[in-house]
Design a protein around this ligand. Structure first.
Ligand SMILES: Cc1cc2nc3c(=O)[nH]c(=O)nc-3n(C[C@H](O)[C@H](O)[C@H](O)COP(=O)(O)OP(=O)(O)OC[C@H]3O[C@@H](n4cnc5c(N)ncnc54)[C@H](O)[C@@H]3O)c2cc1C
Length: 444
Protein backbone atom coordinates (compact mmCIF):
# COMPACT_ATOMS: atom_id res chain seq x y z
CA UNK A 1 0.00 0.00 0.00
CA UNK A 2 1.37 3.43 -0.91
CA UNK A 3 1.84 5.96 1.90
CA UNK A 4 -1.05 8.20 0.75
CA UNK A 5 -3.40 5.19 0.58
CA UNK A 6 -2.20 4.12 4.01
CA UNK A 7 -2.91 7.56 5.44
CA UNK A 8 -6.47 7.59 4.03
CA UNK A 9 -7.13 4.06 5.22
CA UNK A 10 -5.83 4.83 8.70
CA UNK A 11 -8.06 7.88 8.88
CA UNK A 12 -11.22 6.01 7.94
CA UNK A 13 -10.07 2.73 9.49
CA UNK A 14 -12.25 0.75 7.06
CA UNK A 15 -11.14 -1.19 3.99
CA UNK A 16 -13.69 -0.64 1.19
CA UNK A 17 -13.83 -4.40 0.56
CA UNK A 18 -14.53 -5.20 4.20
CA UNK A 19 -17.23 -2.74 5.14
CA UNK A 20 -18.44 -3.38 8.67
CA UNK A 21 -17.51 -7.07 8.81
CA UNK A 22 -16.21 -8.41 12.11
CA UNK A 23 -14.73 -11.69 13.47
CA UNK A 24 -14.27 -14.73 11.20
CA UNK A 25 -16.16 -13.07 8.29
CA UNK A 26 -13.76 -10.16 8.43
CA UNK A 27 -10.72 -12.47 8.53
CA UNK A 28 -11.94 -14.51 5.56
CA UNK A 29 -12.38 -11.31 3.61
CA UNK A 30 -8.91 -10.17 4.65
CA UNK A 31 -7.41 -13.53 3.67
CA UNK A 32 -8.88 -13.27 0.18
CA UNK A 33 -7.56 -9.75 -0.48
CA UNK A 34 -5.92 -9.99 -3.93
CA UNK A 35 -2.15 -10.13 -3.83
CA UNK A 36 0.07 -8.59 -6.50
CA UNK A 37 1.94 -11.00 -8.73
CA UNK A 38 5.70 -11.24 -8.56
CA UNK A 39 5.84 -10.80 -4.79
CA UNK A 40 9.42 -11.96 -4.59
CA UNK A 41 10.79 -9.51 -7.15
CA UNK A 42 8.67 -6.67 -5.75
CA UNK A 43 10.00 -7.36 -2.24
CA UNK A 44 13.53 -7.63 -3.53
CA UNK A 45 13.19 -4.31 -5.37
CA UNK A 46 11.80 -2.55 -2.32
CA UNK A 47 14.43 -3.86 0.07
CA UNK A 48 17.29 -3.17 -2.38
CA UNK A 49 16.10 0.41 -2.71
CA UNK A 50 15.36 1.15 0.94
CA UNK A 51 17.62 -0.97 3.13
CA UNK A 52 20.37 1.10 4.71
CA UNK A 53 22.19 -0.36 7.74
CA UNK A 54 23.14 3.16 8.85
CA UNK A 55 19.49 4.23 9.22
CA UNK A 56 18.22 4.58 12.81
CA UNK A 57 16.25 1.56 14.03
CA UNK A 58 13.10 3.59 14.87
CA UNK A 59 13.06 5.20 11.40
CA UNK A 60 13.60 1.84 9.69
CA UNK A 61 10.76 0.16 11.65
CA UNK A 62 8.42 3.04 10.78
CA UNK A 63 9.34 2.82 7.10
CA UNK A 64 8.89 -0.96 7.13
CA UNK A 65 5.42 -0.71 8.69
CA UNK A 66 4.17 2.13 6.50
CA UNK A 67 5.39 0.44 3.32
CA UNK A 68 3.56 -2.80 4.19
CA UNK A 69 6.79 -4.81 3.65
CA UNK A 70 7.50 -5.23 7.39
CA UNK A 71 4.35 -7.21 8.19
CA UNK A 72 3.09 -8.21 4.74
CA UNK A 73 0.61 -10.68 6.30
CA UNK A 74 -1.27 -7.86 8.06
CA UNK A 75 -4.37 -6.40 6.35
CA UNK A 76 -3.81 -3.73 3.70
CA UNK A 77 -5.58 -1.12 5.85
CA UNK A 78 -3.30 -1.77 8.75
CA UNK A 79 0.33 -1.60 7.71
CA UNK A 80 0.25 -4.85 5.73
CA UNK A 81 -0.31 -6.26 2.27
CA UNK A 82 -2.89 -8.95 3.06
CA UNK A 83 -0.51 -11.68 1.88
CA UNK A 84 -0.92 -15.37 2.62
CA UNK A 85 1.77 -17.36 4.43
CA UNK A 86 3.50 -18.49 1.27
CA UNK A 87 4.00 -14.93 0.06
CA UNK A 88 4.94 -13.76 3.55
CA UNK A 89 7.61 -16.46 3.58
CA UNK A 90 8.92 -15.31 0.19
CA UNK A 91 9.17 -11.72 1.46
CA UNK A 92 11.08 -12.89 4.54
CA UNK A 93 13.46 -14.90 2.39
CA UNK A 94 14.18 -11.88 0.20
CA UNK A 95 14.72 -9.71 3.28
CA UNK A 96 17.07 -12.30 4.76
CA UNK A 97 18.98 -12.60 1.47
CA UNK A 98 19.51 -8.84 1.37
CA UNK A 99 20.48 -8.84 5.06
CA UNK A 100 17.90 -6.26 6.13
CA UNK A 101 16.78 -5.96 9.76
CA UNK A 102 13.31 -7.53 10.26
CA UNK A 103 10.61 -5.58 12.14
CA UNK A 104 9.92 -6.28 15.86
CA UNK A 105 8.70 -9.83 16.66
CA UNK A 106 7.24 -11.29 19.81
CA UNK A 107 3.96 -11.02 21.66
CA UNK A 108 2.83 -7.68 20.20
CA UNK A 109 3.10 -8.39 16.47
CA UNK A 110 2.56 -12.18 16.60
CA UNK A 111 -0.21 -12.43 19.21
CA UNK A 112 -1.83 -9.10 19.99
CA UNK A 113 -1.93 -7.83 16.40
CA UNK A 114 -3.97 -10.81 15.06
CA UNK A 115 -6.24 -10.52 18.09
CA UNK A 116 -6.80 -6.83 17.32
CA UNK A 117 -7.61 -7.66 13.68
CA UNK A 118 -10.23 -10.09 14.93
CA UNK A 119 -11.65 -8.39 18.02
CA UNK A 120 -10.18 -4.88 18.28
CA UNK A 121 -11.77 -1.50 17.57
CA UNK A 122 -10.33 0.83 14.92
CA UNK A 123 -9.23 3.13 17.73
CA UNK A 124 -7.30 0.28 19.41
CA UNK A 125 -5.62 -0.65 16.13
CA UNK A 126 -4.66 2.98 15.55
CA UNK A 127 -3.08 3.14 19.02
CA UNK A 128 -1.49 -0.28 19.46
CA UNK A 129 -0.30 -1.29 15.98
CA UNK A 130 2.10 1.69 15.55
CA UNK A 131 3.08 1.27 19.23
CA UNK A 132 4.30 -2.30 18.60
CA UNK A 133 5.49 -1.81 15.01
CA UNK A 134 7.81 1.18 15.39
CA UNK A 135 7.33 3.07 18.65
CA UNK A 136 9.07 0.37 20.67
CA UNK A 137 6.23 -0.69 23.00
CA UNK A 138 6.32 -4.28 24.20
CA UNK A 139 3.64 -6.54 25.69
CA UNK A 140 3.27 -9.47 28.07
CA UNK A 141 0.59 -12.06 28.87
CA UNK A 142 -1.13 -11.71 32.23
CA UNK A 143 -3.34 -14.78 32.27
CA UNK A 144 -2.05 -17.50 34.66
CA UNK A 145 -2.78 -17.20 38.36
CA UNK A 146 -1.56 -19.25 41.33
CA UNK A 147 -4.84 -21.22 41.25
CA UNK A 148 -5.61 -20.93 37.54
CA UNK A 149 -3.04 -22.16 35.01
CA UNK A 150 -4.33 -24.94 32.77
CA UNK A 151 -7.82 -24.09 33.95
CA UNK A 152 -7.65 -20.44 32.95
CA UNK A 153 -11.37 -19.83 33.30
CA UNK A 154 -10.82 -20.07 37.06
CA UNK A 155 -9.10 -16.67 37.26
CA UNK A 156 -10.05 -14.64 40.33
CA UNK A 157 -8.32 -11.31 39.63
CA UNK A 158 -11.19 -8.82 39.59
CA UNK A 159 -12.00 -5.79 37.46
CA UNK A 160 -14.65 -3.39 38.80
CA UNK A 161 -15.99 -0.47 36.77
CA UNK A 162 -15.50 2.93 38.41
CA UNK A 163 -16.73 5.73 36.13
CA UNK A 164 -14.82 5.35 32.87
CA UNK A 165 -12.06 3.22 34.39
CA UNK A 166 -11.74 -0.39 35.53
CA UNK A 167 -10.12 -1.04 38.92
CA UNK A 168 -7.99 -4.19 39.10
CA UNK A 169 -7.23 -6.25 42.21
CA UNK A 170 -5.56 -9.68 42.47
CA UNK A 171 -2.43 -11.42 41.26
CA UNK A 172 -0.97 -13.06 38.13
CA UNK A 173 1.94 -15.49 38.08
CA UNK A 174 4.62 -16.81 35.67
CA UNK A 175 4.31 -13.53 33.77
CA UNK A 176 7.28 -13.46 31.39
CA UNK A 177 9.06 -10.10 30.97
CA UNK A 178 6.52 -8.32 33.22
CA UNK A 179 9.23 -6.07 34.64
CA UNK A 180 10.22 -4.57 31.31
CA UNK A 181 7.10 -4.33 29.13
CA UNK A 182 4.74 -1.41 28.51
CA UNK A 183 1.40 -3.28 28.43
CA UNK A 184 -0.08 -6.52 29.69
CA UNK A 185 -2.83 -8.56 28.06
CA UNK A 186 -4.95 -9.22 31.13
CA UNK A 187 -7.80 -11.65 31.75
CA UNK A 188 -9.95 -10.62 34.74
CA UNK A 189 -13.32 -11.42 36.29
CA UNK A 190 -15.89 -8.68 35.83
CA UNK A 191 -18.94 -10.59 37.08
CA UNK A 192 -18.36 -12.78 40.13
CA UNK A 193 -21.89 -14.24 40.07
CA UNK A 194 -21.79 -15.47 36.45
CA UNK A 195 -20.81 -19.08 35.59
CA UNK A 196 -17.04 -19.67 35.37
CA UNK A 197 -16.59 -19.19 31.62
CA UNK A 198 -18.79 -16.13 31.58
CA UNK A 199 -18.20 -12.92 33.52
CA UNK A 200 -14.61 -12.67 32.20
CA UNK A 201 -13.23 -9.66 30.32
CA UNK A 202 -9.98 -9.24 28.37
CA UNK A 203 -8.04 -5.98 28.86
CA UNK A 204 -4.91 -4.18 27.78
CA UNK A 205 -3.34 -2.72 30.91
CA UNK A 206 -0.53 -0.18 31.16
CA UNK A 207 2.13 -1.88 33.26
CA UNK A 208 4.03 1.09 34.69
CA UNK A 209 1.52 2.51 37.19
CA UNK A 210 1.26 2.83 41.00
CA UNK A 211 -1.16 -0.11 41.55
CA UNK A 212 1.13 -2.72 39.98
CA UNK A 213 4.05 -4.49 41.69
CA UNK A 214 6.24 -6.97 39.80
CA UNK A 215 8.24 -9.52 41.83
CA UNK A 216 10.76 -11.63 39.88
CA UNK A 217 10.68 -15.45 40.36
CA UNK A 218 13.99 -17.32 40.21
CA UNK A 219 14.13 -20.62 38.30
CA UNK A 220 16.64 -23.49 38.53
CA UNK A 221 18.68 -21.90 35.73
CA UNK A 222 19.49 -19.14 38.24
CA UNK A 223 17.74 -16.49 36.13
CA UNK A 224 14.41 -14.71 36.57
CA UNK A 225 12.61 -14.64 33.24
CA UNK A 226 9.14 -14.60 34.78
CA UNK A 227 7.42 -12.86 37.67
CA UNK A 228 4.48 -12.66 40.00
CA UNK A 229 2.46 -9.49 39.45
CA UNK A 230 0.30 -7.94 42.16
CA UNK A 231 -2.58 -5.56 41.40
CA UNK A 232 -3.80 -3.22 44.11
CA UNK A 233 -6.37 -0.79 42.72
CA UNK A 234 -4.57 -0.64 39.36
CA UNK A 235 -6.47 1.26 36.65
CA UNK A 236 -7.48 0.58 33.05
CA UNK A 237 -9.36 3.08 30.82
CA UNK A 238 -12.72 1.66 29.66
CA UNK A 239 -11.68 1.77 26.00
CA UNK A 240 -8.89 -0.75 26.68
CA UNK A 241 -11.36 -3.65 26.83
CA UNK A 242 -10.50 -6.04 24.01
CA UNK A 243 -13.67 -7.33 22.39
CA UNK A 244 -16.90 -7.21 24.31
CA UNK A 245 -17.23 -6.92 28.09
CA UNK A 246 -17.96 -10.31 29.72
CA UNK A 247 -16.94 -12.08 26.49
CA UNK A 248 -13.37 -12.58 27.70
CA UNK A 249 -13.49 -16.36 27.31
CA UNK A 250 -14.06 -16.07 23.55
CA UNK A 251 -11.10 -13.68 23.33
CA UNK A 252 -9.01 -16.05 25.46
CA UNK A 253 -9.75 -18.89 23.04
CA UNK A 254 -8.45 -16.78 20.15
CA UNK A 255 -5.42 -15.97 22.30
CA UNK A 256 -4.75 -19.64 23.12
CA UNK A 257 -5.07 -20.74 19.49
CA UNK A 258 -2.60 -18.07 18.40
CA UNK A 259 -0.30 -18.64 21.36
CA UNK A 260 0.20 -22.33 20.57
CA UNK A 261 1.19 -21.39 17.07
CA UNK A 262 3.55 -18.70 18.37
CA UNK A 263 6.01 -21.49 19.28
CA UNK A 264 6.37 -22.00 15.55
CA UNK A 265 9.27 -19.81 14.33
CA UNK A 266 7.19 -19.05 11.21
CA UNK A 267 4.77 -17.05 13.36
CA UNK A 268 7.42 -14.34 13.76
CA UNK A 269 9.02 -11.89 11.37
CA UNK A 270 12.39 -12.48 13.03
CA UNK A 271 13.17 -9.03 14.50
CA UNK A 272 13.88 -8.24 18.17
CA UNK A 273 11.52 -9.70 20.80
CA UNK A 274 12.14 -7.31 23.65
CA UNK A 275 12.82 -3.60 24.14
CA UNK A 276 15.55 -2.16 21.94
CA UNK A 277 17.14 1.26 21.68
CA UNK A 278 15.45 2.85 18.67
CA UNK A 279 18.11 5.54 18.34
CA UNK A 280 20.95 3.16 17.48
CA UNK A 281 21.70 2.30 13.85
CA UNK A 282 20.32 -0.88 12.31
CA UNK A 283 23.88 -2.18 11.91
CA UNK A 284 24.51 -1.76 15.65
CA UNK A 285 21.30 -3.59 16.55
CA UNK A 286 22.05 -6.42 14.11
CA UNK A 287 25.45 -6.90 15.71
CA UNK A 288 23.90 -7.03 19.19
CA UNK A 289 21.19 -9.46 18.03
CA UNK A 290 23.83 -11.76 16.52
CA UNK A 291 25.74 -11.81 19.80
CA UNK A 292 22.57 -12.43 21.82
CA UNK A 293 21.42 -15.26 19.56
CA UNK A 294 24.71 -17.08 19.74
CA UNK A 295 24.56 -16.81 23.55
CA UNK A 296 21.02 -18.22 23.76
CA UNK A 297 21.18 -21.92 23.11
CA UNK A 298 17.59 -22.39 21.94
CA UNK A 299 15.98 -23.62 18.70
CA UNK A 300 18.46 -23.63 15.85
CA UNK A 301 21.17 -22.48 18.27
CA UNK A 302 20.74 -25.72 20.20
CA UNK A 303 21.18 -27.79 17.02
CA UNK A 304 24.50 -26.13 16.37
CA UNK A 305 25.56 -26.54 19.98
CA UNK A 306 24.71 -30.24 19.97
CA UNK A 307 26.51 -30.82 16.67
CA UNK A 308 29.61 -29.29 18.27
CA UNK A 309 29.22 -31.46 21.39
CA UNK A 310 28.90 -34.59 19.24
CA UNK A 311 32.00 -33.64 17.23
CA UNK A 312 34.13 -32.61 20.17
CA UNK A 313 33.12 -35.07 22.87
CA UNK A 314 31.34 -38.05 21.35
CA UNK A 315 31.53 -40.03 24.62
CA UNK A 316 28.25 -41.80 24.00
CA UNK A 317 27.64 -45.00 22.04
CA UNK A 318 28.11 -43.91 18.36
CA UNK A 319 25.25 -46.16 17.17
CA UNK A 320 22.91 -44.72 19.75
CA UNK A 321 24.00 -41.18 18.97
CA UNK A 322 23.49 -41.77 15.24
CA UNK A 323 20.00 -43.15 15.89
CA UNK A 324 19.18 -40.16 18.10
CA UNK A 325 20.40 -37.70 15.47
CA UNK A 326 18.27 -39.46 12.84
CA UNK A 327 15.22 -39.26 15.11
CA UNK A 328 15.84 -35.57 15.74
CA UNK A 329 16.14 -34.98 12.00
CA UNK A 330 12.83 -36.81 11.48
CA UNK A 331 11.06 -34.67 14.07
CA UNK A 332 12.34 -31.51 12.42
CA UNK A 333 11.04 -32.75 9.08
CA UNK A 334 7.66 -33.45 10.70
CA UNK A 335 7.66 -29.90 12.05
CA UNK A 336 8.27 -28.66 8.50
CA UNK A 337 5.28 -30.66 7.21
CA UNK A 338 3.09 -29.29 10.00
CA UNK A 339 4.12 -25.78 8.96
CA UNK A 340 3.16 -26.59 5.38
CA UNK A 341 -0.27 -27.71 6.61
CA UNK A 342 -0.64 -24.42 8.51
CA UNK A 343 0.14 -22.52 5.31
CA UNK A 344 -2.28 -24.67 3.29
CA UNK A 345 -5.13 -24.13 5.76
CA UNK A 346 -4.45 -20.36 5.71
CA UNK A 347 -4.66 -20.39 1.92
CA UNK A 348 -8.09 -21.99 2.27
CA UNK A 349 -9.12 -19.12 4.54
CA UNK A 350 -9.18 -20.99 7.86
CA UNK A 351 -9.04 -18.07 10.29
CA UNK A 352 -7.18 -19.64 13.23
CA UNK A 353 -4.77 -22.53 13.72
CA UNK A 354 -6.84 -25.67 14.47
CA UNK A 355 -5.02 -28.92 15.14
CA UNK A 356 -1.77 -27.47 13.80
CA UNK A 357 -1.22 -25.21 16.84
CA UNK A 358 -1.18 -28.04 19.44
CA UNK A 359 0.66 -30.33 16.98
CA UNK A 360 3.33 -27.73 16.42
CA UNK A 361 3.69 -27.01 20.15
CA UNK A 362 3.93 -30.72 21.00
CA UNK A 363 6.51 -31.17 18.25
CA UNK A 364 8.64 -28.32 19.62
CA UNK A 365 8.45 -29.98 23.09
CA UNK A 366 9.51 -33.30 21.59
CA UNK A 367 12.38 -31.76 19.60
CA UNK A 368 13.59 -29.97 22.74
CA UNK A 369 13.58 -33.25 24.71
CA UNK A 370 15.41 -35.06 21.89
CA UNK A 371 18.02 -32.28 21.77
CA UNK A 372 18.44 -32.38 25.54
CA UNK A 373 18.87 -36.19 25.59
CA UNK A 374 21.27 -36.25 22.66
CA UNK A 375 23.37 -33.45 24.15
CA UNK A 376 23.58 -35.26 27.49
CA UNK A 377 24.15 -38.69 25.95
CA UNK A 378 27.05 -37.54 23.83
CA UNK A 379 28.87 -36.11 26.86
CA UNK A 380 28.62 -39.35 28.84
CA UNK A 381 29.33 -38.82 32.56
CA UNK A 382 30.61 -35.30 31.79
CA UNK A 383 26.98 -34.34 31.17
CA UNK A 384 26.49 -34.23 34.95
CA UNK A 385 28.94 -31.34 35.36
CA UNK A 386 27.66 -27.79 35.81
CA UNK A 387 28.84 -24.19 35.48
CA UNK A 388 32.48 -23.77 34.44
CA UNK A 389 33.09 -27.56 34.70
CA UNK A 390 30.46 -28.28 32.06
CA UNK A 391 31.60 -29.08 28.51
CA UNK A 392 29.31 -26.28 27.40
CA UNK A 393 27.72 -23.87 29.88
CA UNK A 394 25.30 -22.86 27.12
CA UNK A 395 24.12 -26.44 26.71
CA UNK A 396 23.84 -26.83 30.48
CA UNK A 397 21.56 -23.78 30.59
CA UNK A 398 19.53 -25.22 27.71
CA UNK A 399 19.24 -28.55 29.56
CA UNK A 400 18.00 -26.84 32.74
CA UNK A 401 15.48 -24.67 30.90
CA UNK A 402 14.17 -27.44 28.60
CA UNK A 403 11.16 -28.48 30.80
CA UNK A 404 9.71 -24.97 30.41
CA UNK A 405 8.92 -25.67 26.75
CA UNK A 406 6.45 -28.43 27.75
CA UNK A 407 4.69 -26.13 30.25
CA UNK A 408 4.67 -22.54 28.94
CA UNK A 409 1.72 -21.68 26.73
CA UNK A 410 -0.28 -24.73 27.92
CA UNK A 411 1.25 -28.02 29.02
CA UNK A 412 1.75 -31.03 26.74
CA UNK A 413 -1.12 -32.80 28.53
CA UNK A 414 -3.46 -29.91 27.77
CA UNK A 415 -2.41 -29.90 24.09
CA UNK A 416 -3.17 -33.64 23.94
CA UNK A 417 -6.56 -33.09 25.58
CA UNK A 418 -7.28 -30.44 22.97
CA UNK A 419 -6.35 -32.77 20.10
CA UNK A 420 -8.31 -35.67 21.63
CA UNK A 421 -11.49 -33.74 22.34
CA UNK A 422 -11.64 -31.06 19.67
CA UNK A 423 -9.96 -32.79 16.73
CA UNK A 424 -10.42 -36.54 17.26
CA UNK A 425 -13.82 -35.93 18.89
CA UNK A 426 -13.08 -38.37 21.73
CA UNK A 427 -15.32 -38.10 24.82
CA UNK A 428 -14.59 -35.06 26.98
CA UNK A 429 -12.86 -35.62 30.30
CA UNK A 430 -15.14 -35.36 33.37
CA UNK A 431 -15.40 -31.87 34.85
CA UNK A 432 -16.59 -30.47 38.17
CA UNK A 433 -17.67 -27.23 36.49
CA UNK A 434 -21.41 -26.56 36.74
CA UNK A 435 -21.27 -25.09 33.22
CA UNK A 436 -18.39 -26.48 31.16
CA UNK A 437 -16.56 -24.41 28.53
CA UNK A 438 -18.56 -23.64 25.40
CA UNK A 439 -17.73 -25.86 22.43
CA UNK A 440 -15.30 -24.43 19.84
CA UNK A 441 -17.12 -22.27 17.35
CA UNK A 442 -20.13 -21.50 19.55
CA UNK A 443 -18.98 -17.99 20.27
CA UNK A 444 -16.64 -15.37 18.76
C1 LIG B 1 8.73 -20.47 30.99
C2 LIG B 1 7.30 -20.16 31.26
C3 LIG B 1 6.78 -18.94 30.89
C4 LIG B 1 5.46 -18.63 31.16
N1 LIG B 1 4.99 -17.39 30.80
C5 LIG B 1 3.72 -17.05 31.09
C6 LIG B 1 3.25 -15.73 30.79
O1 LIG B 1 3.98 -14.89 30.27
N2 LIG B 1 1.98 -15.41 31.11
C7 LIG B 1 1.13 -16.31 31.70
O2 LIG B 1 -0.02 -15.96 31.93
N3 LIG B 1 1.55 -17.58 32.01
C8 LIG B 1 2.82 -17.95 31.72
N4 LIG B 1 3.28 -19.21 32.04
C9 LIG B 1 2.39 -20.11 32.77
C10 LIG B 1 1.90 -21.31 31.97
O3 LIG B 1 0.97 -20.92 30.99
C11 LIG B 1 1.30 -22.28 32.97
O4 LIG B 1 2.37 -22.73 33.79
C12 LIG B 1 0.65 -23.47 32.33
O5 LIG B 1 -0.52 -23.07 31.65
C13 LIG B 1 0.30 -24.57 33.35
O6 LIG B 1 -0.41 -24.04 34.40
P1 LIG B 1 0.04 -24.34 35.90
O7 LIG B 1 1.49 -24.03 36.03
O8 LIG B 1 -0.92 -23.65 36.81
O9 LIG B 1 -0.11 -25.92 36.07
P2 LIG B 1 -1.43 -26.71 36.45
O10 LIG B 1 -2.56 -26.25 35.60
O11 LIG B 1 -1.60 -26.65 37.93
O12 LIG B 1 -1.03 -28.17 36.00
C14 LIG B 1 -0.21 -29.03 36.82
C15 LIG B 1 -0.04 -30.36 36.07
O13 LIG B 1 -1.34 -30.97 35.92
C16 LIG B 1 -1.58 -31.26 34.54
N5 LIG B 1 -2.98 -31.00 34.23
C17 LIG B 1 -3.72 -29.92 34.60
N6 LIG B 1 -4.98 -30.02 34.11
C18 LIG B 1 -5.02 -31.19 33.40
C19 LIG B 1 -6.05 -31.83 32.64
N7 LIG B 1 -7.26 -31.30 32.52
N8 LIG B 1 -5.73 -33.01 32.02
C20 LIG B 1 -4.48 -33.57 32.13
N9 LIG B 1 -3.47 -32.98 32.86
C21 LIG B 1 -3.74 -31.81 33.46
C22 LIG B 1 -0.70 -30.30 33.77
O14 LIG B 1 -0.38 -30.79 32.47
C23 LIG B 1 0.53 -30.21 34.66
O15 LIG B 1 1.40 -31.29 34.40
C24 LIG B 1 4.61 -19.57 31.80
C25 LIG B 1 5.13 -20.82 32.16
C26 LIG B 1 6.44 -21.12 31.91
C27 LIG B 1 6.98 -22.47 32.30
Amino acid sequence: MRKSQAATAHKTGVHPALGSQRGPQRLRALASTPVAAGVRSEAEGWYQKNWDPERLVGDWFELLANSGWGYPGWPTDWFGRGMDRTDVKSVREERRRIGALPPPSGIGPSLLAPMLFRHGTDDQMRRFLPAMAWKGDTFCQMLSEPEAGSDLAGVTTTATLDGDEWVINGSKIWTSRAGEVDYGMLLARTDRDAPKHQGLTFFLIERDQPGIEVRPLRTMTGTSSFNQVFFDEARIPADNVLGVREDGWAITRTFLALEKNSYNPEAHEGGPFGKVDLTQTCAQLQERERARRSAAAQGRGANQLIAELVDEHGHGDPHLTRAQRARLHTWRKLMGYTNQRVRASRRQGTPLPGFEGPMSKLTVSQITREQRDLGLETQGAHGMLADEDAASTQFHHFFLSSPAISIAGGTDEIQRNHLAERVLQLPKEPTLDAQPAPVEGETS
